[in-house]
Design a protein around this ligand. Structure first.
Ligand code: ATP
Ligand code: MG
Length: 179
């Protein structure tokens, strides 16, 4: 496999209740692409092309591949639908394959921490994926409620701390900013 930009890939976790986890991962993607890296992002629990990053990647960024593995509707934590479960497991399978094949320098598993917290996918499988990844693949796991074992397994851990957000002042999600 000729394409290999990073010598050693680290594992990042972006968690916490403040805004900026998914967009931090996308910022890293942009930076990596600028240096010739190829980036794969799997978005768990999301299934809408409305996201600006999905449209931007399709239109302008051939080195950023984004696959969504979720429904357009929110997952009910206490009662996830069989379709939610199926899509999350399929997403994990695809992520595993993509990471193992090693053709992407940076792999972002967006909202995977929430998928684990909601029990859509097993914690053990995510830990296994972290521990068995090819050495050169940089891996980013985003989402609230990161499990302590995932945090322990990671090298770079950042918690976005909520101080304020327009949502708490009655402002709806804004196109181009929230999605
Ligand atoms: P972003 O995608 O903007 O980087 P995020 O990944 O940190 O945000 P998530 O926990 O994935 O945030 O939340 C998903 C959505 O909720 C996004 O549209 C995000 O902008 C918005 N959001 C993030 N933090 C908050 C918050 N504290 N209160 C309300 N909405 C939020
Ligand atoms: Mg997010």
């Amino acid at each position: 496999m000729a394409h290999r930009r990073l010598q050693k890939g680290y594992v990042h976790v972006y968690t916490g209740n403040g805004k900026g986890k998914t967009t931090a991962a996308l910022g890293l993607a942009l930076r990596a692409i600028g240096h010739g890296c190829r980036v794969f992002m799997l978005q768990f629990m999301k299934g809408s092309k409305e996201y600006g990053e999905v449209q931007a990647a399709e239109k302008y960024l051939p080195d950023l591949v984004i696959v969504q593995s979720g429904l357009e509707t929110f997952v009910d934590k206490d009662n996830p639908s069989p379709e939610d479960m199926r899509l999350a497991r399929e997403g994990l399978e695809l992520a595993r394959r993509v990471i193992r094949e090693g053709n992407y320098d940076l792999v972002i598993l967006d909202e995977i921490n929430v998928a684990v917290d909601f029990k859509l996918i097993p914690l053990e499988d995510v830990l296994d994926l972290i521990h068995t990844k090819p050495a050169h693949v940089e891996l980013v796991l985003t989402g609230r409620y990161a499990h302590p074992a995932i945090i322990r397994a990671a090298d770079i851990v950042t918690e976005m701390n909520l101080i304020d957000h327009p949502y708490y002042h009655g402002v709806e999600a804004r196109e181009g900013i929230e999605y």
